[in-house]
Design a protein around this ligand. Structure first.
Ligand code: PLP
Length: 396
């Protein structure tokens, strides 16, 4: 008997546990001090009313002999896949309901989709990264290469023809940097992938935060993407579903490798290993894609982006370099006075504000700090006043 020894190669991430420990220790030392967390990576507003109503109604249906539902299709109910196809039509993108697969979230799909690819593939991802991309490939024992985000390329690196890769991860708007690719940037990646016969796994979990009409909210807005990309999205950040759970993955029919449609492989994978999402939750998700659902979810997003605006105004005033915030709930800022990520984190904490050290997301994140716009407006205003004082004192 042998275990999968690749698990020994996964790096333990101490980022969030260390942040939590430092906040706890500071509280013990100064019990009266208020600490505001601008480090929350989870939504804070409750589910929109229209979703709650749909969930209630669906629960009632499940308790009724006439409307009760047993096993559903693993790839999701048609009513929801039709709605998502319509939503994409609004983006100017045509996807068939049969190309849409409902799941319990983007994290699951990002990991599970690797089932349909050989472990012999080489994977390419940013070196400042959502840990799921990295850890799932380490578990499988794939060869991993990195492309480098930095302040020169605004953390939006472009492909390098000299580098070969088979599977490419792109997250836009990006967690943790908040950077968003424009159409030309994504086109460069699509052309590169088509040329290398590679597959892009496009994580669009934050697409609903894009307010700039010129920025793409789906990779399928880019010509040529259907022959090289899989898009993975989620209602976690769009509609506050982090505790409710629903995501979806789009595998176009045009995506063919070695004479095989990847859509067929993914369908086979999901119908074999996945039970589908409960009827009740899918009805809740359906409500998100109605006109009223769109309005209510976008109101919540507007609130978060309003928090981001409060942060950006203070950063602008202080002349601090940053990206994100405008089309993303994340702000990625350069620590003032060339401080290191943890050094600035500790310093800010002494003023009662907690961010997330950039270096925790990868070594090229050193010298940066991530702020998140999830949370209460009042707290954000208070925290940014403290932030401002901290930076002013630093420059004295
Ligand atoms: C939050 C987040 C997701 C969504 O994950 P779920 O599993 O659907 O909750 C996906 N990708 C990134 C980068 C995220 O930050």
């Amino acid at each position: 008997m042998k275990i999968n020894s690749n698990y020994h190669n996964i790096n333990e991430s101490y980022l969030f546990s260390t942040v939590a420990r430092k906040i706890r220790e500071d509280k013990e030392k100064h019990p009266d001090k208020e600490i505001i967390r601008l480090s929350i990576g989870d939504v804070t507003l409750p589910l929109p009313e229209i979703v709650v109503e749909a969930l209630k109604k669906a629960s009632q249906e499940m308790g009724n002999k006439e409307t009760f539902k047993g096993y559903g299709d693993e790839q999701g109910y048609a009513f929801l896949r039709d709605k998502i196809a319509e939503y994409y039509k609004g983006k100017g993108v045509t996807v068939k309901p049969s190309e849409i697969f409902i799941s319990d979230g983007a994290k699951s799909d990002l990991g599970n989709v690797l089932d349909i690819f050989s472990v012999d593939n080489t994977v390419l991802m940013s070196d400042i990264v959502y840990p799921v991309y990295l850890d799932t490939n380490v578990m499988a024992g794939r060869k991993i290469k990195f492309y480098e985000g930095n302040s020169e390329n605004n953390f939006l690196p472009l492909p390098d023809d000299k580098v070969d890769a088979d599977i490419i991860y792109i997250c836009s708007p990006c967690n943790p940097t908040g950077a968003v690719y424009d159409k030309a940037g994504l086109k460069a990646w699509v052309d590169y992938a088509n040329k290398k016969d590679a597959i892009i796994l496009f994580d669009s979990a934050y697409e609903a935060f894009i307010t700039d009409k010129n920025l793409p909210t789906s990779i399928f807005e880019i010509e040529g993407a259907k022959t090289c990309a899989i898009e993975i999205c989620s209602l976690s950040k769009t509609a506050g579903f982090t505790g409710t759970r629903l995501g979806y993955t789009i595998v176009p029919d045009e995506l063919v490798r070695e004479g095989t449609k990847l859509n067929k492989l993914w369908l086979r994978r999901q119908t074999t290993k996945f039970n589908g999402v409960s009827y009740i939750i899918q009805k809740g998700a359906e409500a998100v894609f109605t006109e009223e659902g769109y309005k209510q979810t976008r109101e919540n997003i507007k609130y978060y982006l309003g928090n981001a605006k409060v942060m950006m105004d203070v950063l602008d005033e202080l002349g601090i370099w940053y990206i994100g915030g405008k089309n993303s709930p994340y702000i990625w800022l350069k620590c003032p006075e060339d401080m290191g990520s943890w050094e600035f984190f500790d310093y800010l904490l002494s003023y009662g504000v907690a961010g997330t050290p950039g270096v925790g997301f990868g070594e090229h994140g050193e010298g940066y700090l991530r702020l998140t716009a999830f949370g209460d407006r009042e707290n954000v205003i208070k925290a940014m006043a403290k932030f401002k004082q901290a930076v002013i004192d630093l420059k004295k």
